[in-house]
Design a protein around this ligand. Structure first.
Ligand code: GDP
Ligand code: MG
Length: 736
């Protein structure tokens, strides 16, 4: 590089405006690179200022310099390895305190920095005034106010950065006090590090000691690899301190360090750096609302009330549309079966396609109302509050604040999908917390399970549909959290990682936004019913139809029919002779008899089919949970996709009576079936909620972790679900 080239790096929290500033500075002269070894992009660009060539790198956004995530690792690694002449640290002026946490760590590293105080316009709008010079003096670092979005102050920023680079001074690590105990340990450790010259080429000695105390994995590994004996010495000293702080303060040194950093920042800000121009409480309607909605006690209660209201709304409003749609589908089914001649084609169209796919379509209004309610929660900003409140609960169960969103996306409120839920776990930094989340999100009630729940709740617990839906949702959460805790105590044991979360301000949702969100998700559901579910329904129909009943059995049923007809003819003759009874009544009784024989033949056929044999095969086990062979068929189908459970039950229970006079809904068919009662329904419900994730989810889990964990998920969930279902059934049967 020519003498006059200056290297700079941009560092800051996510959303502080780094990319905006980077584009301001470099315009089109930039290119994207991939940081070696990890999949984090970084951009480099160049510009000329005061006749000097400047090369700037846009580092990934980070909250902290402790390497919890790949992003943070890259940002830190870059600074250590490339040692840029100046770091421009972008700070969001409207959120000063939190943003300065990273600044504090950059200062501790000692690298020359200039603070770009961005979003000055936002701060001003919020009535926040910042005494820039005072801040610069107190924090002993150049501070330049900018508005990256409009380019205000960017020239001054570059001037300051170039001036700092021209000083060419060595790194000057800032020493921040972490309190007596930690300081004493640090002094000892850094003295030893310095004496040994341990890693001093890259890191200031005290910095190495601090990072080790913060349990920084990367640095711990590096130091173990460089000098194992010495590392052991350091770790011994560390453990002594850790024991001490735990005894005296009930926390690990990490927490003490973080507290003191915030203390350092507060002490600066409190000295009149920030003044609020006018009463901020009036401006912060959001904060005021949050005082109530995220209150420690009131908040969770309101959250439950809001969820309950959502289910009430969904079930009461969708009741009529669902009934109309079901009636419509029933009418279509009747019409088609009246037109088509008896035979395979009719069976495929009526039992396979209309009953199968129609069963899934019937729930479109319910799904739509539910998505509408969730869109209101999401668009208003309330969902972020739910995540915020759940975070407290999640920590207890060994999960992370960032786990909440994957749970909600997977159907934590009902009606999501585990596939994007599994993807959403990517935001988790710790691999163990991520796996624990990944393995438990399929317990949520995704959009495909909702129809099954609605069907069974509607058929057997119709008294309090909304309340029961609510209870089953709670059950899903409880089960997921307990499982997560178990995993975190056994196969996924490890330390929790810290979590910072920002609450977006409340917004009034727009009708347009709500409708778009609702429609997008509903359309996904409809599309899936019309494609994937259609295909699976046809395959399952075939499995339930072939091989056909053997000729001997069919002849048997034909003979029964003939016999019934003979009896009928006899009766008619008798009645004609005696001229007593109404002939039409006798006709009706013949029709009933023939229908009963048809139903028995259909059932025998279903039992004889591939699916029927599979279902029967599982019966010796499934009996413990009260599932008969027909339910087994539906549950096996559900492994392909959960929607199929409804459609397979529809097909299995419609094969019995392809009778044009009888288009009862599936719910009433199940109610009438002697094999079903509220106890069986509850056992089936529990099993469906928790057994193996659907095929696509399993593939996703494998892709995001490994096939080993995907297989674990299938087996573990199914065993858990079965034990629970069996418990429900046995206890239910015992209590009558
Ligand atoms: P990054 O995550 O740090 O790269 O942040 P971005 O550059 O993507 O900026 C985040 C958001 O803040 C974008 O919507 C920007 O338009 C906005 N933004 C950035 N700088 C300013 C600013 O000075 N004023 C205002 N009002 N918005 C800004
Ligand atoms: Mg960016």
């Amino acid at each position: 590089m020519p003498e006059s080239t200056i290297t700079m790096a941009l560092a800051g929290n996510p959303n502080a405006g780094k990319t905006t500033l980077f584009n301001d500075l470099t315009g089109a002269r930039q290119h994207v690179g991939n940081y070696p070894g990890v999949t984090v992009d970084y951009k480099t660009g160049s510009l000329r200022h005061q006749g000097k060539e400047i090369v700037i790198t846009d580092l990934p956004g980070t909250y902290s310099m402790t390497a919890y995530s790949a992003e943070e690792l890259v940002a830190r690694d870059y600074l250590i390895r490339e040692r840029p002449a100046v770091v421009i640290n972008i700070v969001d002026a409207s959120n000063l305190e939190r943003n300065l946490y990273l600044t504090c760590q950059l200062l501790e590293l000692g690298i020359p920095i200039v603070i770009a105080l961005n979003m000055m316009d936002v701060a001003k709008d919020r009535g926040i005034e910042i005494a820039v010079e005072k801040l610069a003096r107190l924090i002993e670092t150049p501070v330049v106010p900018v508005v990256a979005r409009s380019g205000v102050g960017v020239k001054d920023l570059l001037d300051a950065a170039v001036a700092l680079a021209a000083e060419h001074h060595a790194w000057r690590p800032r020493v921040i006090s972490y309190g007596e105990d930690v300081d004493a340990a640090l002094a000892e450790m850094s003295a030893a590090i310095e004496k040994r010259g341990f890693l001093t080429d890259s890191y200031p000695p005290r910095y190495t000691a601090v990072k080790l105390l913060e349990n920084d994995e990367q640095l711990a590994n590096l130091s173990a690899a460089t000098d194992p004996n010495f590392t052991r010495e350091l770790i011994e000293r560390m453990e002594k301190l850790s024991e001490h702080t735990q005894k005296t303060l009930d926390v690990y040194p990490e927490a003490v360090i973080a507290d003191h950093r915030y203390g350092y920042i507060k002490s600066i800000i409190r000295q009149g750096v920030i003044t609020r121009a006018y009463d901020s409480s009036r401006l912060y309607a959001s904060d005021k609302i949050d005082k109530v909605l995220t209150h420690r006690l009131l908040g969770p209660l309101m959250m439950l009330a809001i969820l309950y209201a959502l289910y009430t709304f969904t079930f009461s409003w969708s009741e009529y549309p669902v009934a109309w749609l079901e009636a419509g589908i029933g009418a279509i089914s009747d019409m088609v079966s009246a037109r088509l001649p008896d035979g395979l084609i009719k069976s495929l169209v009526v039992s396979g396609i209309i009953e199968g796919v129609g069963g899934v379509f019937g729930f479109v209004p319910l799904i739509m109302f539910m998505f509408f309610g969730i869109a209101i929660l999401e668009d208003s900003g309330y969902l972020a509050r739910v995540a915020f409140m759940m975070d407290r609960v999640f920590r207890i169960f060994g999960l992370h604040g960032s786990s909440v969103m994957p749970f909600i996306v997977s159907g934590g409120i009902a009606g999501g999908c585990a596939v994007p839920g599994v993807m959403a776990t990517r935001t988790l930094r710790s691999p163990k917390e991520r796996l624990a989340t990944l393995l438990t999100v399929p317990f949520m009630n995704c959009g495909a399970k909702v129809p099954v729940l609605a069907l069974l709740i509607g058929a057997f617990f119709s008294e309090h549909q909304a309340r029961n839906m609510f209870l089953f949702t709670m059950l899903a959460w409880i089960m997921a959290l307990i499982t997560a805790k178990l995993l975190r105590l056994t196969v996924l044991r490890g330390e929790p990682t810290p979590f910072v979360m920002e609450l977006p301000p409340y917004r009034f949702p727009t009708l347009r936004g709500l409708l778009i969100h609702t429609w997008e998700r509903t359309w996904q559901y409809i599309k899936k019913a019309g494609t994937v579910i259609l295909a699976i329904s046809i395959v399952l129909w075939a499995l339930m139809t072939f091989p056909k009943l053997d000729a001997a059995s069919r002849d048997g049923f034909d003979r029964e029919r003939d016999a019934a007809k003979v009896v009928f003819t006899q009766e008619i003759q008798d009645e004609a002779a005696s001229e007593r009874e109404d002939i039409s009544e006798t006709g009706q009784s013949l029709r009933d008899k023939l229908a009963a024989i048809d139903a028995r033949e259909a059932e025998a056929g279903l039992e004889y089919s591939v699916a029927g044999r599979l279902g029967r095969g599982f019966e010796p086990i499934s009996r413990w949970a009260g599932f008969d062979w027909r339910t087994n068929i539906a549950l096996l189908g559900g492994v392909a996709a959960k929607e199929v459970i409804v459609s397979t039950l529809g097909t299995a229970y419609s094969m019995g009576d392809i009778d044009p006079d009888d288009s009862r809904s599936l719910a009433s068919r199940l109610q009438a079936d002697p094999g079903w009662n509220p106890v069986t329904a509850a056992a089936v419900l529990v099993f469906i909620m928790f057994y193996a994730p659907c095929f696509v989810t399993v593939v996703c889990i494998a892709r995001e972790s490994s096939w080993k964990w995907a297989a674990f998920s299938v087996c573990f969930n199914t065993v858990c679900a079965f034990l629970l279902a069996a418990a429900v059934f046995q206890i239910g049967a015992f209590l009558g």
